[in-house]
Design a protein around this ligand. Structure first.
Ligand code: 13P
Length: 288
């Protein structure tokens, strides 16, 4: 079924698990990502950057996701990742995206509140959810680049104020993760997460999931992370397999021979992540 971010994170909260939010870059890898969730019996969030949404087409993206979600009987949320432009956010919501992120993390605090609140009002009036961001997450991704020394960790007291003033459905926090970190792993600031979780009672979001150590997942989930973004790990592996396949496949062979192995690799990674995201060794009552 087609779901909002609010709906899938509510389920995650009840079950003390997190929902994987996986970035897709094309339509090729998409069906296997959703089938991975189906096989694991878990909801999934598919997210796109604005550039990917424009490349595929907002309406096409919505139609494809709805069709697969219904066909496969999986709960899927379609989320616009890191948007800073009201017109693009409106285009996504009007086309039927069930969730958007307004990333005002680069703005002064008050301006971030005012602009995020405006997005929340529009999104909620149209049945979509909103993720806000406070503090800055390091690294580089499509259109968003933060230098290492410009990183600002999320302050718990700001998070309380931001959530109360904006009405966001989920909050992305900066606790030491970096976008696009695929050659090394990061030190996540768990004590800071605990402080934020103690005072903020909406789902928290981790960005830069590729660079997070898998052994840290339970602590993150047990302390309120209900949306867990993973992008680069899928992208890098899809590209590696596709490059090798393209290199060895005759030019007159169907493109299937090149892309199916890459799609299947992505499926296996998504399944592996979801296994960990379901947090099966930890009790239900750690929820919040
Ligand atoms: P990675 O690409 O580092 O996994 O991060 C994904 C993400 O946070 C998208 O916003």
């Amino acid at each position: 079924m087609y779901k909002t971010l609010k709906e899938v994170t509510q389920t995650a909260t009840k079950l003390n698990m997190t929902v994987g939010a996986f970035n897709t870059h094309n339509l090729e890898m998409l069906p296997e990502m959703i089938r991975a969730a189906k096989e694991m019996g878990a909801p999934i969030i598919i997210q796109t950057s604005i550039d990917t949404a424009k490349y595929i087409g907002y309406k096409v993206m919505v139609a494809v996701i709805k069709e697969i979600a219904n066909d496969e009987m999986v709960d899927v949320c379609l989320h616009l990742d890191h948007a800073r432009d009201f017109d693009e956010i409106k285009a996504a919501i009007d086309a039927g995206y069930s969730s958007v992120m307004y990333d005002g993390s680069h703005l002064p605090f008050k301006e971030n509140i005012v602009k995020t609140k405006a997005v929340v009002e529009y999104a909620h009036a149209h049945g979509a959810s909103v993720e806000g961001e406070l503090g800055t997450i390091g690294g580089t991704e499509e259109g968003i680049s933060v230098a290492e020394n410009d990183k600002i960790y999320t302050k718990p007291e700001d998070a309380v104020e931001f959530v109360a003033q904006t009405g966001v459905d989920a909050l992305a926090i900066a606790i030491g993760t970096n976008h696009g970190q695929f050659k090394s792993k990061t030190e996540v600031n768990i004590p800071l997460l605990k402080e934020i979780h103690a005072v903020v009672n909406i789902p928290l979001v981790i960005h830069g999931g590729t660079g997070v150590k898998e052994e840290d997942y339970p602590e993150l989930i047990n302390n309120g992370i209900r949306k867990f973004n993973v992008g680069t790990e899928l992208l890098v592996n899809w590209t590696k397999i596709a490059k090798a396949s393209f290199a060895e496949t005759e030019v007159n062979k169907s493109l299937r021979h090149n892309v199916i192995p890459a799609n299947m690799e992505v499926k296996e990674i998504v399944k592996h992540k979801i296994t960990l995201f379901m947090n099966v060794d930890n009790p239900l009552e750690m929820k919040k």
